[in-house]
Structure formats: structure tokens, C-alpha cells
Design a protein around this ligand. Structure first.
Ligand code: PEP
Ligand code: MN
Length: 265
């Protein structure tokens, strides 16, 4: 399953341009942050409730269910009204009150590995969610911090088969944050698929040079479309297939059945 869209919801025009591009190329879910965890408090923090509204409109326009980040336990119920899947970002992987709160929801939760978190810590974080009754947790590798700054993070693809040995939860790879460079996203997306990932989280922006957040790693719509073509060629060799858009609509995912689609061969 490919989930794609901009890093942040910036405006109606920007969100629609990205949403139109990713649905046309065959993405199955739409991403975009209304609440952004930024390193500097001076950076764009997201449009908040207005961003959630624009996600609703982009979802209605494309028919794609939305995955979006929630930063604050107090916002979980509000964000859940606009999302088919809740994202817990890497910075919040061990925010235990937030993990418990999303664990009380019925929506699937995309749990991103902390930039300095071990595999054990990721799996324990997932347990905080499942312990509250929400078993629909999707683990996401998004790169870890190393001594080398040649790439933004180091994308740890070995964890895909490793997590498969240690857990039944679906596994998603985010090569956008994992590399921080648009030119590296397609090769690492293909490598993640070859390693057995159930899903990919990809940042796409129609005008990356104007992006308010993470423009360096955003794919242009044409490059995203090429990545999808290559994935469609690769997956059958591995006995797998892409989940088509619309397979898991709003209703299906709201019922928490989206993880079946991840697991389907
Ligand atoms: C994101 O998905 O835009 C994001 C902020 O990711 P991460 O939490 O992995 O940095
Ligand atoms: Mn981002």
C-alpha cells in the first residue's frame, strides 16, 4: 500500500495539486500534516483545524482515505474525526500518554520509529497502544540518527525482515524522511518493497521548492508516477501486488479493517 502526499497541508491549492497527483498515480491513501512537529518553534507549525478541513476536502475529491499526524493527546478525538489512520510521529514514539490515547481509538495507528529508538523500544511503544485495546498498529521505519550526515537519517531496511520475525504487525517504510533527498526516494522505496515492507509513506509536492516543510525530500508528481510504475513491475516478481486506490474507503478503514489490506499478498 502506498500512502502519499505533502509533508504538511499548506493551502487548498497545494493540497489538491498533491492529492490529484498521487491518486492519478495509484496511491491508496493520502498523507499530509495539519499539526507539524518542527525542530524550531519559528518554523511553520501546520494549519491545525483548518488543515484537517482541507484534508476532508482532498479526501472527498480523490476518494482516498487520509493518514495524518496527531501531536497532542488533547487533539486525538478531533483528529480522529478527519482521519482514517492516525500517525504518531517519531518525536512522539515514547509519548506514553499519547500512545495510550490513540490506543483508546478504533482507528489504525501508524507508529513511526524514533530517530534514536531501538527495535525493542519501538515494539514496546506499540504495546502501549495495543494494551488499550487497539490492535491496529502499523510499524514505520523512517530512518535513524548516525554519525554520517550525508543523508538526513540512515534508513534501516534490515528492520523490515527483522520486525517480521518479531511481530505480526504490518510494516511501512518512509524513504522520504529516511533519506531526506528526493533523488534517493525511488530507489529506497523499491528496496523497501523488495525487503518485504507492506507499505510505503512518500512525500509528494507539486512545487517542492516552495514547500513550507521538507521540500528537499518531496517527489515531483512525475517522479512519484515513475516510482509507482517501477513498483508495479517489481512486486509481481515477489508474488505481491499493489493495493489499488479505493479498496479501503473511509468506511472500511474507519471500521479498522485496513490492516487486512496491508497483509494481503
Ligand atoms: C512526517 O511524516 O511528516 C514526519 C514529521 O515524520 P517523522 O515523525 O518521521 O519525522
Ligand atoms: Mn515531512
Amino acid at each position: 500500500m502506498v500512502m502519499a502526499g505533502p509533508c504538511a497541508v499548506e493551502s487548498k491549492e497545494q493540497m489538491f495539486a498533491s492529492a490529484d497527483a498521487v491518486v492519478a498515480a495509484g496511491a491508496a491513501m493520502l498523507r499530509g500534516g495539519a499539526y507539524k512537529p518542527r525542530t524550531s518553534p519559528k518554523s511553520f507549525q501546520g494549519l491545525g483545524p483548518m488543515g484537517l478541513q482541507l484534508l476532508d476536502e482532498a479526501s472527498a475529491r480523490t476518494g482516498l482515505p487520509v493518514v495524518t499526524e496527531v501531536l497532542d493527546p488533547r487533539d486525538v478525538e478531533r483528529v480522529a474525526q478527519h482521519a482514517a489512520m492516525l500517525q504518531v510521529g517519531s518525536r512522539n514514539m515514547q509519548n506514553f500518554p499519547l500512545l495510550r490515547e490513540v490506543g483508546r481509538q478504533r482507528l489504525p495507528v501508524l507508529l513511526k520509529r524514533g530517530a534514536a529508538a531501538t527495535v525493542d523500544e519501538l515494539l514496546f511503544a506499540a504495546e502501549y497502544i495495543t494494551n488499550e485495546g487497539n490492535g491496529n498498529v502499523i510499524l514505520c521505519e523512517r530512518g535513524i540518527r548516525s554519525f554520517d550526515t550525508a543523508t538526513r537519517y540512515v534508513l534501516d531496511l534490515a528492520v523490515v525482515p527483522l520486525l517480521r520475525e518479531r511481530s505480526d504487525l504490518p510494516i511501512v517504510v518512509d524513504p522520504s524522511h529516511g533519506t531526506g533527498r528526493a533523488s534517493l526516494v525511488r530507489p529506497m522505496a523499491l528496496a523497501a518493497a523488495a525487503a518485504g515492507a507492506d507499505g510505503l509513506l512518500i512525500e509528494v509536492h507539486a512545487e517542492p521548492h516552495k514547500a513550507l516543510c521538507d521540500g528537499m525530500q518531496a517527489l515531483l508528481p512525475t517522479d512519484f508516477a515513475q516510482m509507482m510504475v517501477d513498483l508495479r513491475r517489481l512486486l509481481p516478481m515477489l508474488g505481491r501486488r499493489l493495493v489499488r486506490p479505493g479498496v479501503s474507503g473511509h468506511g472500511a478503514s474507519a471500521n479498522g479493517t485496513i490492516s487486512d489490506e496491508f497483509i494481503a499478498p
